[in-house]
Design a protein around this ligand. Structure first.
Ligand SMILES: [Zn+2]
Length: 375
């Protein structure tokens, strides 16, 4: 059976580019993973997600275990077949969403018991149960089960939480076992405390994982604090393994994270924003609901290859958004995903060519220009 591996092909400063090889295909890094929360990237067909350049999707353990359940998905042939996406899938451990969505949580050394936000039914997640669910789903990249306090939190709370997560990381590793072709990622915690980030990285490296996530960021600390942490945290992790920053982010967060040595990211932003009429472009954010677009026959972005830009006018996109037509969310989600993947492709190429600083300067200059002037 083939195995999964990571190879770094070029670096430019702290920025890296490489390839994660899995039996289901290659993942070019830096990679942006669209989020398929409920076994669908909202408003997108899987082949269209692929057409934007996505090599891998993220699935949410918490949502899928509650509905339709991991056991049902396993009976139906696994998550890839169920959702018609045959390329790699990364699943989160469920821990973060239990903390953010579920009701009546109880945290113990064993795990977390909670009530479903859907129907109030009782469930439990532990490192062992999370590994079982992610195996049933057939995930290619499995995340260790961890716990993460919302920031700001006091040092004692961060320390206790980080050490619990490290004990759970060992239990996740033990429960995952030996599964050729599948990868298990450990998750570094420690909030904004440098010494705890280092302790966490050492604990994870001693256990040994196929990749490492920088967890506990993008939870309300702000971009400046996140970047300060990313100035040192990725350096505590092994050079030869992929590094994943969970739940990030806005285009400038993504670029800043890659600059600091991050290889993988995921976020609901492109699709969620697409459904609310917020569009990301090379010239910054455009709100399609604004009246200035009502008579504008020009494309959103004349250089974008997506259907929203090549086949429709701003006036049409404005109209279908105002009329609450479903095609609005479809087209704007597609455009936003295309834009995010174009950023990733641009960064990969720039890093390979040793031109990341120039690429970054162009990226910021384009955004600073703002949208094209109204007609
Ligand atoms: Zn477009």
């Amino acid at each position: 059976m083939s195995t999964a591996s990571f190879s770094l092909t070029a670096t430019d400063g702290a920025a890296r580019t490489g390839v994660i090889s899995t039996p289901r295909g290659e993942i070019r890094t830096p990679a942006f993973m669209p989020v398929g929360t409920a076994a669908t990237v909202k408003a997108m067909l899987p082949e269209n997600v692929r057409a934007t350049g996505a090599d891998i999707l993220l699935g949410n353990t918490y949502h899928l275990m509650l509905r339709p359940t991991a056991e049902r998905i396993a009976r139906l042939g696994g998550l890839h077949r169920f959702m018609n996406w045959e390329r790699p899938i990364l699943t989160d451990s469920g821990g973060f969403q239990v903390m953010s969505l579920a009701g009546l949580r109880k945290l113990t050394e064993e795990g977390v018991s909670f009530k479903s936000h859907i129907d109030g039914s009782k469930h439990m997640l532990s490192p062992e149960r999370s590994m079982e669910i992610q195996r049933l789903l057939g995930s290619d990249i499995v995340m260790a089960f961890d716990e993460c306090p919302a920031l700001p939190a006091d040092r004692k709370r961060i320390e206790e939480s980080m050490r619990l997560s490290m004990r759970w990381a060992q239990r996740s590793r033990d429960a995952f076992g030996d599964r050729p072709g599948h990868m298990l990622f450990g998750i570094m915690q420690g909030g904004l405390e440098r010494d705890m980030r280092e302790e966490s990285a050492k604990a994870l490296t001693a256990i040994g994982f196929d990749g490492y996530a920088v967890g506990g960021l993008a939870v309300g600390e702000g971009q400046e604090a996140m970047f300060s942490c990313l100035d040192y945290a990725p350096g505590f992790l092994p050079q030869d393994k992929p590094r994943y920053l969970m739940g990030v982010g806005k285009p400038d967060d993504i670029v800043g994270a890659v600059k600091r040595g991050i290889d993988m990211m995921d976020c609901v932003l492109p699709t969620r924003s697409g459904r609310t009429g917020q569009v990301f472009t090379r010239h910054g954010v455009v709100n399609i609901k604004n009246a200035r677009h009502a008579d504008d026959p020009r494309p959103l972005d004349e250089n974008c290859s997506c259907p929203a830009c090549t086949s429709y006018s701003r006036a049409y996109l404005h109209h279908v958004f105002r009329a609450q037509e479903m095609i609005s969310g479809m087209l704007l989600s597609w455009h936003n995903l295309q834009y995010f993947q174009d950023i990733m492709a641009g960064m990969r190429e720039a890093i390979a060519g040793g031109r990341f600083a120039e690429w970054e300067a162009d990226f910021h200059a384009g955004r600073a220009e703002g949208d094209i002037p109204p007609l």
